[in-house]
Design a protein around this ligand. Structure first.
Ligand SMILES: Cc1cc2nc3c(=O)[nH]c(=O)nc-3n(C[C@H](O)[C@H](O)[C@H](O)COP(=O)(O)OP(=O)(O)OC[C@H]3O[C@@H](n4cnc5c(N)ncnc54)[C@H](O)[C@@H]3O)c2cc1C
Length: 235
């Protein structure tokens, strides 16, 4: 079981009522199980984030952002770091004016990280927009969905995200980035960076792709499917 030490207490003292020592994490997750966080910080707005970054500046504790906890299983021993929960101050939603945009044109909305994804999907549809209906059954938050690249029904967050704003809790950095960069980082980027850095996952993936292709080509005729053959082309 985790035990708060001087570093945890220093952060709790600095943040006052926003921080709780030995806070149970189970209630913040879908499964409802697991031990406590040594420190849980409730962050209600950007000002709280700045205070948290200041409090964390000289600590070497790890951090864990908790969205709606639908993809988190907390160990019974708990989390020996600083868990951060984004509150209602991050649940904003700004929708574009449907009448100001022509039929078939794309438009941008802005959503806060703690907004529930099903709420986002419903409010977008209620306002007459399409494009996010896939998200209505994903029980996460916008932040968690971006982090996990949540998806379903043939679409995902990476396909819908134009830009995102990020904050480094353990440093002074922060800013905005293109959604495409995130998509790249989640999928193809992870594959190529794994190969180029000689990481085991990249090479296993590459080998599995080759084996899968060969196997697929051999099995296609068994299902009455044709196998495309490339003619030798002397040039
Ligand atoms: C019944 C059920 C159905 C589901 N269906 C789907 C589905 O159809 N498609 C799908 O893709 N997933 C599905 N999921 C999984 C889950 O809903 C998604 O992964 C969702 O995106 C997680 O969001 P969350 O806010 O709950 O994140 P959490 O579970 O709270 O956290 C998940 C990860 O994201 C990080 N994180 C959370 N918020 C932030 C933030 N603001 N900033 C940075 N990091 C953050 C956390 O640190 C953690 O690493 C399902 C889960 C359940 C329980």
């Amino acid at each position: 079981m985790v035990t708060p030490g001087p570093a945890h207490r220093a952060i709790a003292d600095a943040l006052g009522t926003r921080a709780t020592l030995m806070a149970p994490l189970g209630p913040l997750t879908t499964y409802g199980v697991g031990g406590p966080a040594a420190v849980l910080v409730e962050v209600e707005g950007p000002g709280d984030l700045d205070d948290l970054r200041t409090a964390l500046r000289d600590s070497d504790l790890s951090t864990l952002v908790i969205g709606r906890g639908s993809n988190l299983l907390v160990a019974d021993a708990g989390f020996d770091g600083v868990a951060v929960h984004l509150g209602a101050g991050f649940a904003s939603l700004t929708l574009p004016d449907r009448h100001a945009v022509g039929m078939g044109e794309r438009a941008l909305l802005t959503a806060g990280a703690s907004l529930a994804l099903p709420v986002l999907a419903r409010r977008v549809a209620d306002a007459g927009w399409s494009g996010l209906s896939w998200a209505v059954g994903v029980p996460g938050s916008v932040g968690g969905a971006v982090r996990m690249n949540a998806g379903g029904h043939g679409s995902d967050m990476a396909a819908c995200l134009a830009r995102y704003r990020w904050v480094d809790l353990l440093g002074d950095e922060g800013g905005t980035d293109d959604g495409a960069r995130l998509a790249y980082g989640c999928n193809i980027g992870a594959y190529f960076s794994g190969i180029s850095s000689a990481s085991l996952h990249g090479w296993l993936w590459l080998a599995a792709a080759f084996v899968g292709s060969i196997l697929g080509t051999r099995l296609r005729p068994l299902f009455g499917l044709s196998v495309e053959k490339t003619k030798a082309n002397g040039c």
